[in-house]
Design a binder for this molecule. Structure first.
Ligand SMILES: NC(=O)C1=CN([C@@H]2O[C@H](COP(=O)(O)OP(=O)(O)OC[C@H]3O[C@@H](n4cnc5c(N)ncnc54)[C@H](OP(=O)(O)O)[C@@H]3O)[C@@H](O)[C@H]2O)C=CC1
Ligand SMILES: CC(C)=CCC[C@@H](C)[C@H]1CC=C2C3=C(CC[C@@]21C)[C@@]1(C)CC[C@H](O)C(C)(C)[C@@H]1CC3
Length: 418
């Protein structure tokens, strides 16, 4: 058994107590949102309309569907890739290799779903199954996290994540012990981060759009906007799949319940909340307002994509002509930090763009309900906390150079505000 590593790494998420609370709170919140979205008053902060019994949550068909979906996405992951990318350098100086075929998986899934629907697959029945599907996904994530925890017990010390190895069972189960759990070349974290949950999210959105068309003759403009914006976000993530290899989740966090549940259950079932809300609470939306909301989404996307691409290009090749003229500061590690361009505006311009898009996804749902703004509120909290975690990691990595960066670029996410 590998000895616990990084036991002196500071505990995050409020330690074992915080981890235990989140393990309970996250699934409860997800089921609350699913129940409230279809209720008349759709009150985010009120009690759920009723408490579902086990017979409403548990369905062997939903579990079978969930496992078939995972199997399909795993099969698409294993197809030949247009490119194989190398990840960041690991503790033992090696680099892992990752297939870049996520966009291909999205296109093939769309083709398969299109074929299925034209052959009579009742996709619009999916919204009625969201509750048992979410339950099956939660169960799958829990069992999967248990297996990951057990796998980490026999992993070499060099394979363990910097956090998630405190020696406390609950905390380590939540955060995840192993950094890049794999069987042969199949990387579980990389696979889960981008495929089943993200593609599942747009599929659920599409099913909600189709059910709205069945109910009301055609999908509403608001439903089209939400579907379009979120499809763009998912397609972008898969098109720029390689960029995920430099995110905190892949480089720093272990693979445990937080990411397994987040990827497999939280993302598809709570990120589709706006479309769920719109199915049960249609909102009038005219073209002038719709155009304005499209503009907000476009501005958010422009900042998000510009900032993420600039950093990735710079990290891959600092002499690339697109970034070679940007001002930088040197650090003791040999890596440099950008202090002009997007990264000279605020220290997390990509978060700013992401938040602006999050707002644009809620606006088509009107301003009379708080529920569709849940994603924006949760995401603000997630990114503020994430930014704080990243700052601490960067301070540890870059020391004085990070202090200098903070002085030169004083705002974290929103210029002149935060
Ligand atoms: N929709 C969702 O639910 C979520 C979306 N996201 C999105 O994922 C994306 C990735 O986010 P995340 O992984 O948190 O963080 P970032 O992509 O912002 O990565 C942070 C890292 O970037 C490097 N960095 C920071 N400042 C500079 C600089 N000035 N110059 C060069 N490199 C710098 C540092 O790593 P190093 O120096 O080691 O390269 C730092 O650790 C974001 O767009 C975010 O909005 C994130 C979470 C959830
Ligand atoms: C507390 C809680 C709910 C934890 C789980 C958080 C996860 C849901 C998110 C952590 C980081 C994520 C990222 C994306 C989706 C959400 C999770 C998994 C992401 C794949 C979305 C698409 C983006 O373009 C991205 C690839 C940059 C992004 C990466 C981080």
């Amino acid at each position: 058994m590998a000895p616990p590593q990084g036991s002196r790494a500071p505990l995050e998420f409020g330690g074992p107590l915080g981890a235990a609370a989140l393990m309970l709170l996250l699934p409860v919140t997800m089921f609350h949102l699913l129940l409230v979205a279809r209720s008349g008053p759709a009150r985010l902060l009120g009690p759920p309309p009723y408490l579902p019994g086990l017979e409403e949550l548990w369905s062997p068909w939903a579990l079978l569907l969930c496992l078939t979906w995972l199997g399909l996405q795993a099969a698409l992951y294993l197809l030949p890739a247009r490119k194989v990318a190398e990840g960041q350098e690991l503790k033992d100086k090696s680099r892992l290799r990752y297939p870049i075929n996520g966009f291909q998986a999205l296109v093939l899934t769309a083709l398969l779903v299109g074929l299925g629907v034209s052959a009579g697959l009742p996709l619009s029945a999916l919204p009625e199954m969201l509750l048992p599907l979410a339950f099956a996904a939660t169960l799958t994530a829990f069992i999967f996290s248990l297996l990951l925890y057990l796998k980490a017990l026999v992993a070499p010390a060099s394979a363990l994540a910097p956090g998630g190895n405190s020696g406390n069972l609950i905390y380590d189960f939540f955060l995840g012990r192993e950094l890049n759990p794999r069987i042969c070349s199949f990387d579980f974290k990389y696979f889960c981060e981008l495929r089943p949950g993200l593609i599942g999210w747009v599929l659920i959105n599409l099913a909600l759009l189709m059910q709205e068309a069945e109910l009301r003759g055609s999908p509403s403009l608001a439903m089209w906007l939400v579907n379009g914006f979120q499809l763009l976000y998912v397609a972008d993530a898969l098109w720029y799949e390689e960029a995920v290899l430099t995110t905190m989740d892949i480089i720093h966090d272990g693979f445990g319940f937080m990411l397994a549940f987040g990827d497999l259950a939280w993302v598809p079932f709570t990120y589709s909340l706006q479309a769920q809300f719109l199915l049960y609470h249609p909102q009038p939306l005219g073209w002038p307002l719709a155009s304005f909301i499209c503009l907000i989404n476009a501005v958010g996307y422009y900042i998000f994509r510009g900032a993420n691409s600039q950093k990735n290009t710079f990290r891959k090749n600092p002499s690339d002509p697109r970034v070679a003229d940007l001002e930088t500061i040197s650090t003791a590690t040999g890596r440099r930090l950008l202090v002009s361009g997007w990264w000279g505006m605020v220290r997390h311009p990509n978060y700013l763009g992401d938040l602006i898009m999050a707002l644009a996804w809620s606006l088509p749902c009107g301003v009379f309900h708080l529920l569709p703004y849940f994603y924006f509120l949760y995401f603000t909290a997630l990114l503020v906390h994430r930014e704080d975690r990243d700052e601490r990691q960067c301070l540890q990595k870059y020391g004085l150079a990070w202090h200098e960066y903070c002085q030169r670029v004083p705002y974290r996410i929103v210029p002149y505000v935060y």
